[in-house]
Design a protein around this ligand. Structure first.
Ligand code: SF4
Ligand code: SF4
Length: 123
């Protein structure tokens, strides 16, 4: 049987960066304030959410979130770890889940990634 993680027992110990590579992060005003405190300019790290007025997402590039760093050993870490957005601090628990079997985005949101992979295959 697959091991299950709870909010209390979960620890990211793979540092694979899959969550930061594949998921977009919406930020609150407080998140924005916390990131600007580190010296980052808003225009350098924010993108408008095209689906909602006055909502912002963290900028992404071809590797995922712009704050994601890859180290020499191949592991990933967050370049703003202490001031990262609330969504990132909560990941992979967003409230209701009691326990999960995997923190990989493709396991947590299979419908999204199934569609995404299929749309790539069609092109
Ligand atoms: S997908 Fe899971 S194991 Fe990989 S970096 Fe994110 S939280 Fe850690
Ligand atoms: S801010 Fe940090 S934890 Fe959040 S998606 Fe970007 S790299 Fe990952």
């Amino acid at each position: 049987m697959q091991d299950m993680f709870t909010k209390e027992s979960f620890q990211c110990n793979r540092y694979c960066g899959e969550c930061c590579k594949k998921l977009s992060v919406m930020v609150s005003r407080e998140d924005i304030r916390n990131i600007t405190k580190l010296g980052h300019k808003k225009e350098d790290f924010l993108d408008e959410d095209l689906l909602s007025i006055n909502k912002f997402m963290l900028k992404r590039d071809k590797n995922g979130c712009i704050f994601l760093k890859q180290h020499k050993d191949g592991k990933y870490s967050c370049g703003i770890h202490k001031n990262r957005p609330k969504t990132c601090r909560q990941y992979p628990f967003f409230g209701k889940e009691k326990a999960i079997g995997s923190c990989l985005p493709q396991d947590m949101f299979p419908n999204v990634f199934f569609k995404f992979e299929n749309s790539k295959a069609i092109k």
